[in-house]
Ligand binder design. Structure first.
Ligand SMILES: NC(=O)c1ccc[n+]([C@@H]2O[C@H](COP(=O)([O-])OP(=O)(O)OC[C@H]3O[C@@H](n4cnc5c(N)ncnc54)[C@H](OP(=O)(O)O)[C@@H]3O)[C@@H](O)[C@H]2O)c1
Length: 201
């Protein structure tokens, strides 16, 4: 469906990097964009620049996310908020595991639960979940991050099953590779990506 078929979008992770660029593009295409992140100042600056509506919300706060979603008739949902904590799994902090699951997966599940039924009813539903090559390949990354991104890939495939061949629905995922922005700059590039080692090696 062309941009002109959509009216309203909700984009998480809107204060920087990929999410910010998505907000800029959707706003330029004439959509009313609800931009979500925690950094109120960055969102306010973005709102002044592109005319989006800013919501300084932590996506781990499901009550706040629910209140927001209930007040919006979204046609487009872009789940972009994401975090990484570059650390080997054997040294993982319990708080980091919870953080990655809560931001990278739990928030997306809830936003889809809250918004996709209404979108489907209106037959104007376009969902993009930003995942990562980490969801498909193993390399020297944080295993918790890989696991959350793999889960989002599967969620997205499942959502696609909801749509019959004639449905207008567009459900997609972007498997992002390493970019020189956002989370990408935190990666330890001194470590070469390690190929998978067979279990019996
Ligand atoms: N850059 C890459 O190389 C790369 C590669 C693969 C996948 N990705 C994926 O692409 C997506 C965007 O990443 P990016 O590279 O653009 O990184 P980024 O610039 O660090 O953006 C992350 C965004 O998520 C938001 N966020 C983080 N925690 C949040 C929370 N608890 N509640 C609400 N918002 C939260 C941040 O806003 P606040 O801090 O203001 O809350 C920020 O807007 C992520 O899902 C990431 O996993 C990136």
């Amino acid at each position: 469906m062309p941009f002109s078929d959509y009216r309203t979008a909700l984009v998480t992770g809107a204060s920087s990097g990929i999410g910010l660029a998505v907000v800029e593009r959707l706003a330029r295409e004439g959509l009313k964009v609800h931009a979500v992140a925690r950094s109120a100042d960055a969102l306010r600056a973005l709102a002044r620049r592109v005319g989006c509506i800013s919501h300084a919300i932590d996506v781990r706060d499901i009550a706040a996310v629910t209140k927001l979603a209930q007040g919006i008739e979204a046609d487009v949902l872009v789940n972009c908020a994401g975090v990484d904590r570059p650390k080997k799994f054997l040294q993982a902090d319990p708080e980091d595991i919870d953080l990655l699951v809560d931001v990278n997966l739990r928030a997306i599940l809830h936003l889809c639960r809250l918004l996709v039924p209404g979108m489907a009813e209106r037959d104007r539903d376009h969902v993009v979940n930003i995942t990562s090559i980490a969801g498909a390949y193993n390399f020297a990354g944080n295993s918790s991050y890989h696991a959350t991104k793999a889960a989002v890939s599967m969620l997205t495939s499942q959502l696609r099953c909801r749509c019959g061949p004639d449905a207008q629905s567009e459900v997609g995922m972007s498997h992002i590779g390493r970019l020189p922005i956002g989370l990408g700059v935190d990666h330890d590039r001194s470590q070469p990506e390690t190929p998978a080692r067979p279990l019996d090696a």
